[in-house]
Every structure is written in C-alpha cells, then in structure tokens.
Design a protein around this ligand. Structure first.
Ligand SMILES: [Zn+2]
Length: 101
C-alpha cells in the first residue's frame, strides 16, 4: 500500500516538496495477540499449562494454594512477562453442529 502526502493543490507546484511514505502490511492475518503471564491471583505462584491450547474460560487450579478460577483470572498481559509465560491467541470456536452462516 502506498500513500502519498499533500493535497492536490500541493502537487506539481514549483518548489513544492511532496513527502511520501510506504506502509507495508502482512497479507496473512495473525491470530497471536501477545505474550502473557499465567500466575495465581491469590498467591502469585506461576501456573503451567500443557502443550494443548486452553480456552480462557476453562477452570484451572493453582498448584500451590488450590485457588480455582477461569484461565483469564490467572492471565496478565502486563509487561514484562514472567514465568509461566503463555502465548495468547484469538481463535474462532465453532461448536459441533453449528453452521457458519
Ligand atoms: Zn495460588
């Protein structure tokens, strides 16, 4: 995508400088939202997940204090991230039998 600055009347005039810049965008949309920290809200212990993706609405248990809550309550996107670091992705969850109309 190319964008050129200046109005129509600015172009082509004697001594007029037209600034230009190029904006490049990736053709493939990413689903990656960022990196976050997964830690217990109650005791701040890191909570590790397995290799499979886990929805933010899944309930997990703190291995230290046994506090139980949904994943989004354990997740922080604040920088800097700490262990346990997790990759946060956006995905469309289509339930079985649900059509995509
Ligand atoms: Zn805890």
């Amino acid at each position: 995508v190319s964008l050129f600055g200046g109005t129509e009347s600015d172009r082509g005039g004697a001594g007029t400088t037209v600034t230009a810049h190029e904006e490049r965008r990736r053709a493939v949309a990413t689903t990656r939202l960022g990196t976050g920290t997964l830690a217990c809200r109650r005791c701040d212990a890191p909570v590790a997940l397995g290799k499979e993706p886990v929805p933010v609405t899944s309930r997990i248990v703190c291995p230290y204090c046994r506090h139980t809550a949904v994943v989004r309550d354990f997740l922080s996107l604040a920088a800097p991230t700490r262990p346990a670091r997790v990759v946060v992705r956006v995905s469309l969850a289509i339930r079985a039998g649900q059509s995509n109309r």
